[in-house]
Design a protein around this ligand. Structure first.
Ligand code: KMH
Ligand code: ZN
Length: 277
């Protein structure tokens, strides 16, 4: 009897807040630290191992305040064991100093945005000098970076930082697809981007709007990890708002299981991503 190999684990990330989504667009957006923690716990229950975290002021505006992050992280920690990955992208127009705010909390993970893009009508600026600066700050905070790549060249930029020693392992890439002004959400793009990633690195897909479900499912079939949640997409299906990020996580987890993959629990995800190593 041949025992089949255990199905490979998949790390599901829930992006539950974001910087751009508003309560006017969806009433299900969590804003206060307690709302964020409650949603994080629901997402963990649904199969998420990582919470990608932005925070808001009480009026809903985006902030990178270390105090506000500390409050949200404490509330999340009281309810779940998820990996907390803070944003250093913040919102368009913020300075690098401001974007670095949450690193004061010494989070387990933090995003590192690997290049400049048009972001709809705005420009999301990440110069090489700024990327190096943030990479150093992330390392100093003891956090594992997630390398946000909105274009093919961003992967090459990250690899250049590895070559010069600015970035060191573990390397975890995120291909962000479908941002208006950056790479589109297409299967060929995912396959090409994946081909550029070193064999020992891990990778995931996040995709915007209606592309979220098909592109994350593609990533799961191709052996990658996936991110879903209201930051990138507020709809469960056409015209139907998702009641928070948890239903999107649950659907992704169900899909993963349907193709023989297992949503990783946070302890397993820590091993897979080299967090706490
Ligand atoms: N809000 C976007 C401009 C990240 O979290 O690192 C950037 C962003 C990326 O959300
Ligand atoms: Zn984000």
């Amino acid at each position: 009897i041949v025992t089949p190999a255990p199905p490979p684990e998949i790390v599901l990330t829930a992006a539950i807040v974001g910087a751009e989504v508003t309560r006017a667009q969806t009433p299900y957006l969590p804003i206060t630290p307690q709302e964020i923690a409650d949603e994080a716990a629901r997402c963990r229950e649904a199969g998420a191992a990582v919470i990608h975290l932005h925070v808001r002021n009480d009026d809903g505006s985006s902030t990178q305040s270390a105090d506000r992050f500390a409050a949200a992280i404490e509330a999340i920690r009281a309810k779940t064991d998820c990996i907390i990955q803070v944003t250093t992208g913040g919102a368009v127009g913020m300075s690098i100093e401001e974007r670095s705010g949450p690193l004061a909390c010494r989070p387990e993970m933090a995003t590192l945005n690997c290049g400049t893009i048009n972001f709809g009508d705005d420009v999301f600026v990440n110069t090489r000098r700024e990327i190096r600066d943030l990479a150093a700050r992330i390392r100093k905070a003891g956090s594992v970076p997630e390398l946000e790549c909105y274009e093919v060249g961003h992967i090459e930029e990250a690899l250049l930082l590895v070559k010069e020693g600015t970035l060191t392992g573990p390397l975890h890439f995120q291909f962000v697809l479908g941002v208006p002004g950056a790479i589109g959400a297409r299967e060929e793009h995912v396959r090409f981007m994946r081909s550029l990633v070193p064999a020992e690195a891990s990778w995931a897909v996040a995709a915007v709007g209606r592309h979220q479900q098909p592109m994350t499912e593609l990533a799961m079939r191709l052996g990658g990890h996936a991110r879903v949640g209201l930051e990138d997409n507020i709809y469960l299906s056409k015209g139907v708002l998702s009641e928070g990020s948890a239903p999107l996580v649950l659907r992704a987890a169900q899909y993963a299981r349907s193709i023989g993959r297992t949503p990783a629990d946070p302890a397993t995800a820590r091993k897979l991503l080299g967090v706490g190593a």
